[in-house]
Design a protein around this ligand. Structure first.
Ligand SMILES: Cc1ncc(COP(=O)(O)O)c(C=O)c1O
Length: 464
């Protein structure tokens, strides 16, 4: 089976990987044939590796780490200043307006749950049925407790028709908030954000953008798009140290219920009353993730310092290479939500009808050292819409991805379809595994209790 990959130029595709090296870019993994291969990480959409610069920054600041906000000691003051400066960097990275507020959260899920808790009482929320569960469930489930209601609007066949549907729905009844993905975690596609925001604002509706897949891949500007809120995750933005962010309009965040009740969020507490701080402290009770925030800020600075358009060009070249390669393999179907959407970010989902996605993903890992994701990607309604309720395979790229990784996936898939796997595979605890896996388990503290082969490392299957 031949592919058209060879026809696409390699030139400059790998330039960004050299500009912004990631930790573990050369890590090798064992294959079933007894050899080792550099890991082809095509799962950036789930979690991206740390930038080397981020790891170096964490190492630099750890000796300065101490309690923040309430410590009189010298290092407490240094750590407080570093934490607050990280907040400013994160806000600047998404081009926040001067009166916006940046709250350090755990991740996008946390940010959107926080926002769901501050919608003014009685406010209605509108969401499309293409969203990741993180931008679906907080609105549906917090609705009861917070006195707001949520409408889930089915998308239409094209972007143009979806915009018309949105416009009509926004005009039909008053919504406090429209919350929309900046880029789908399934296909990398998006609606034209600025048009969506203009439609919503014309009806007095605010807009929150789920930036989990947009911010790390393209960057984002609150000021330029006029979006009201942006939520994103550090672990998808090359800073896997447990911090995320919610940035946006101050008024709801100052007035809404504190996300967590506890120390740091209050001004004064008596037995019969509590006086809460305004945002951001209002929503950051407990000891904050100082190192995570500093790591995220470093990643933001490094991404912002890339030449304009370099990241988008890198990802578009890699994704284009992937599309060309996969399209040339008979029996592979690439998922698209809309035929008329703008070029997607570096995320691509495909199916191989007649072949179980979990089996294909296990084969790619065990026999080729490739990491992809299979399942329904926490976007069950969208997968149903795409006729892929049995699951699909997702490959996603980022700054550390090379053209070799993309080519390896295309070659491995061709080989799978022409020759089949060399080993037997079976389902163990809900996930596909090699029968009698002989790959050695990496020797690292924390895995000592497991048997010495990779078969032992399969965790329980969670929500896919
Ligand atoms: C589009 C999108 N939104 C939200 C999330 C949730 O992100 P997190 O798990 O970091 O909270 C994800 C994670 O994959 C995502 O892709």
């Amino acid at each position: 089976m031949t592919t058209t990959v060879e026809r696409l130029s390699c030139a400059d595709v790998d330039a960004v990987s050299a500009l912004l090296p990631v930790v573990g870019g050369n890590t090798t993994v064992p294959l079933l044939d007894g050899t080792q291969r550099t890991y082809a990480n095509l799962d950036y959409a789930a979690s991206a590796p740390a930038l080397e610069a981020v790891a170096a920054r964490v190492t630099e600041v750890l000796p300065l780490y101490a309690s923040v906000h309430r410590g009189a000691g010298y290092l407490s003051q240094v750590s407080t200043a570093l934490y607050e400066s990280a907040r400013q960097t994160i806000a600047r990275f998404v081009d926040a307006r001067p009166d916006d507020v940046a709250i350090i959260t755990r991740n996008t899920t946390d940010s959107l749950n926080l926002l769901a808790g501050v919608i003014p009482p009685g406010g209605r929320v509108l969401v499309l049925d293409v969203e990741h569960h993180a931008n679906l469930l907080p609105w549906v489930h917090s609705a009861d407790g917070h006195g707001h209601s949520t409408t889930i609007l089915p998308i239409a066949r094209t972007v143009a028709e979806t915009l018309v549907k949105l416009r009509d729905e926004l005009a039909r009844q008053r919504y406090a908030l429209l919350t929309v993905t900046g880029a789908s975690n399934v296909t990398g596609e998006s609606l034209p954000l600025e048009e969506v925001i203009a439609l919503a604002h014309a009806e007095g509706t605010r807009v929150a953008v789920d930036g989990a897949q947009l911010v790390p891949h393209r960057g984002f500007s609150l000021a330029a798009t006029d979006a009201d809120y942006i939520a994103f995750s550090g672990h998808k933005t090359y800073a896997p140290f447990g911090a995320g962010a919610l940035v946006g309009r101050r008024d709801w965040l100052d007035a809404g219920s504190p996300y967590l009740a506890g120390g740091g969020a209050v001004r004064d507490v008596r037995a019969d009353r509590t006086v809460w701080q305004p945002a951001p402290a209002r929503h950051e009770a407990g000891s904050p993730n100082v190192i995570g925030a500093i790591a995220l800020a470093e990643a933001c600075d490094r991404l912002a310092a890339l030449p304009p358009g370099a990241l988008a060009a890198h990802e578009e070249a890699l994704r284009g290479r992937l599309v060309a390669g996969l399209s040339a393999i008979e029996g592979v179907e690439i998922a698209r939500i809309w035929p008329d959407s703008a070029p997607p970010v570096g995320v691509l989902t495909f199916t191989v009808p007649g072949h179980n996605p979990g089996l294909v993903a296990a084969y790619l890992s065990a026999e080729h050292g490739i990491g992809v994701r299979d399942g329904r990607f926490c976007a069950h309604p969208l997968l149903a819409h795409l006729n892929a309720s049995d699951g699909a395979i997702r490959a996603s790229v980022g700054v550390g991805t090379t053209s070799e990784a993309v080519d390896r996936l295309v070659g491995a898939l061709s080989q799978y379809l022409s020759d089949g796997p060399t080993s037997g595979y079976e389902i163990v605890d809900g996930c596909w595994a090699v029968v009698e896996d002989t790959r050695p388990l990496v020797v690292v503290h924390g895995l000592d209790h497991l048997a010495a082969t990779a078969a032992a490392a399969c965790g329980p299957a969670l929500d896919d």
